[in-house]
Write a protein that binds this ligand. Sequence first.
Ligand code: 6R9
Length: 650
Amino acid sequence: MEKVPVFDPTPRIKERARINSMDQYWQMVKEAESDYEGFWDKLAKEKINWREPYTKVLDESEAPFYKWFVGGKLNVTEQCIDRHLETKKNKAAIIWEGEPGDKRVITYLELYYEVNRFANLLKSKFGIKKGDRVVIYMPMIPEAAFAMLACARIGAIHSVVFGGFSAEALRDRIQDAQAKLVITADGAYRRGKPYMLKPVVDVALAKDCESVEAVLVVRRNNEEIKWHDHRDYDYNELIKDMPARCEPEIMDSEDPLFLLYTSGSTGKPKGVQHSQAGYILWAQLTMEWVFDIKDTDTYWCTADVGWITGHTYIVYGPLAAGATTMMYEGVPVYPDAGRWWRMIEEYRVNQFYTAPTAIRLLHKLGADEPDKYDLSSLYILGTVGEPINPDAWMWYFEKVGRGQCPIVDTWWQTETGGHMISPLPGATPIKPGSATFPLPGIFAEIIDTDGNKKEPNEKGYLCITKPWPSMIRTIWGDPDRFVKSYFGTCKKDGKPVYFSGDGAIYDEEGYIWITGRMDDVINVSGHRLGTAEIEAAIGHHPRVAECAVVGKPHEVKGESVFAFVVLKDDEGVADEMELIKEINEVITKDIGPLAKCDEIAFVPGLPKTRSGKIMRRILRSIAKGEEIKQDTSTLEDPSVVEKIIQIVQG
Ligand code: 6R9
């Protein structure tokens, strides 16, 4: 590996950080190593407001269905709201800005009332009880957070579906979870224009969603929407009459808190199930360790609540930590590429957390834009979602952070619940593009499938070799798939361990460098997409015989979607542009615009092994314009590779 620069934590960060030396970091790592359960026991006792204490820290008897803090009782909304009322009832819990520039500040006391009223509404009007599933299909407005917390208050399991997903994708998720209620909004604002959500819900529910009894609609943009009298309910009207107090449901540590659907390498998206105590503990702890959140800070994570980052690092983590969390409705480039920097100046943001794709976009559209604003309030910058290239890292570090703010490159996943590998801002010397080291208590290791640790510069499987409190508990309704997907690849000491799906390498100093997915998952602008899902969508076009989808490196998006399509007919593709448009329309309908293909090549056949497996590796090389190094002689029809190269590379 070539030499890369290393940046030590600056004194201003060291001074304020909870963990402010590598010695302290290694000390914590050792503590966890020598007494794993004791390490977590101490933290859980110290950090969580238990209604009843747990009797066992970790139950491994049904591994890999691990249970944490067994027998403990709590309600995560007490952890996130009630317990703060004594000391910070008038502190801003959520600061929200709409894309048009409208603003709301919600104090902890107000949040308490909003969530309690909402919880009462769910109970009294819709009969939602502990364990019921509620789908939340919302834009980035405070009510999205209220809705999640209201579910948590009464023990209902929320499943937030990203507002960019299509009606079909929404329907799949509603059906899989057998949701009883859908909470949505009329619509919101994006790129200066209204965009609508309620009409998408209408289409989703038009077919095979018998489980859904009602739709609750929050008014945001007041655009006209169709109303189904016996199904649709007006939130803004109903909420007014709700009592402002709702006793929290007392939950077991291991009761499910939420489902969040994410793409895997095969089949339909899976409903990743998280539980109460372990999740909230880690959400709060990582806010303290990784973002070094302080009482006077204003913290901003730009994610959407439809993704795990929005769950853990806009809603649950910051609120559990008693922080002020910002929420922004729109896109980063409206009305111009200075929008976010202007907001950092205006709200004096202290921690700013975003995705590499956004950094690359803002770099491209406004390299000097940050200079126009006073960004001196910033202490810590964060990135998440995909590997960050050193160029983008350096721009973020120098232009946005003025060389004064450590960048925490946080590696984690929907399944991990919270950060796994990340620098500690006051301790870790950082290198552009490396997520550095596992957090204390997290046993992330790069190994081979038998559990042997890889030597520096050798790529291996990125695994977590011990269970951790905020880990995925199962895949909703499909425990076998849970075991197979995550515990079916790697073993250590003969025991199956969690494999993330990512590859990674150590450098000579033990720093971890994530190389990206080793499976058929692609990462477009930080969005996880399964090639299988996109291929299934493309297959719905009547002229498509078969297809294969691969990721291709992209300057801004990280990866773009490249499809190789074989048509049923030999009519040729005289109407290529039209056909590409149609195929992308099918994808938009089945999944959403985020999964559209950037490039489609119509090819006479796909490179397959004699057993019929598509060699995606070859297609990836062709898409990239690389020379084919793989042995093609084992293919059923090696000549097809030449033909595809001709078509793609001309
Ligand atoms: C939190 C989140 C998870 C996948 C993960 C990996 C990629 C996330 C990363 C990163 C390199 C980082 N990923 N953070 N790759 N460096 N700092 O993104 O969850 O949507 O489930 O995606 O994203 O490939 O496996 P999720």
